[in-house]
Design a protein around this ligand. Structure first.
Ligand code: ZN
Length: 285
């Protein structure tokens, strides 16, 4: 069996605000240690699941996908892990995901921007994206990454994060996915937190259960051709984006991308994010 893990940080146990787990924040060392332990707990559960199924584990790919992709402590991961780090990457959070993978896990995830009760809610970029719709439906990182995986026939077996993400996943991906809840948001930057050790235990058990369910897991397939509509936070982002073929400006801050297939659309969206992010820096004030 081959497994793919996409790791983000906002959904890691007991983390509640961005400044706390940036390099100068009080939670930085804890965040990296716990993040690595959570990924290891998932790997442990996946291996146990494969063993139970009587199948060898032939590959584990981990894409470190929060911010610059430099969060997990490399030497604390098992030696067989194929670790993808750094930024930018054309397929960012799903870099390294291949048709050969049997199962994908999204660890430490968070809800899309605007999801009620969402802790640190955003959709790839808090500073540039107001809302994203795929074929008319509001989506976040979870749905876009799941749609990318589905294109290659890879189901999502386990997702971990806060309660608002759990609601979102139930609505979009459905109930078949194992969800490990790590905290319940009070506001965007405060939460009631599960003990980190309990989260590790639930992740281990959840990953094992996901392997058991591997043949029943639904694929998050989206009807092709695809249309992605992006509402940006600032007008000059759309001013720059409309210069590129493929980015159609359909409103003051709205860009539309159409594509026959998901991986192409995903990469176009990554390009959009980088241009929008650069455009943020040319404000005249
Ligand atoms: Zn993140």
């Amino acid at each position: 069996m081959r497994f793919f893990i996409s790791f983000d940080m906002e959904g890691v146990a007991a983390l509640t605000s961005w400044p706390a787990f940036t390099p100068k924040g009080p939670d930085y060392a804890y965040a990296r240690r716990q993040a690595t332990a959570e990924v290891n707990a998932v790997i442990c559960g996946l291996k146990a699941g494969a063993e139970e199924a009587g199948e060898p584990v032939e590959g584990i790919t981990v894409a470190d996908s929060h911010a610059q992709g430099l969060n997990l402590i490399p030497e604390e991961l098992p030696r067989e892990v194929n670790l993808l780090r750094g930024f930018p990457r054309p397929n960012y959070m799903v870099e390294g995901l291949l048709p050969e993978h049997d199962l994908a896990c999204f660890v430490g995830y968070h809800s899309r921007v605007g999801q009620p009760g969402g802790l640190m809610d955003h959709s790839y970029s808090g500073g540039t994206i107001y809302e994203v719709r795929l074929n008319g439906r509001i989506v976040g990182e979870t749905e876009l990454n799941a749609a990318y995986a589905a294109h290659y026939g890879v189901p999502v077996g386990l997702i971990s994060g806060d309660a608002a993400l759990e609601d979102q996943v139930a609505e979009s991906l459905g109930g078949g996915v194992v969800f490990v809840r790590t905290k319940v948001g009070i506001t965007r930057f405060a939460a009631v937190c599960e003990h980190p050790e309990n989260v590790l235990e639930k992740l281990r058990e959840g990953a094992e259960e996901a392997v058991r369910r591997r043949n029943e897991l639904p694929l998050y397939r989206v009807q092709e051709p695809l249309t992605l509509e992006v509402d940006l936070t600032e007008t000059q982002m759309a001013d720059l984006l409309e210069l590129f073929p493929g980015f159609e400006r359909v409103g003051g801050r709205r860009i539309r991308i159409t594509s026959p297939e998901m991986p192409v659309l995903y990469r176009a969206y990554m390009g959009l994010l980088l241009v929008a992010w650069s455009a943020k820096r040319i404000r005249q004030e």
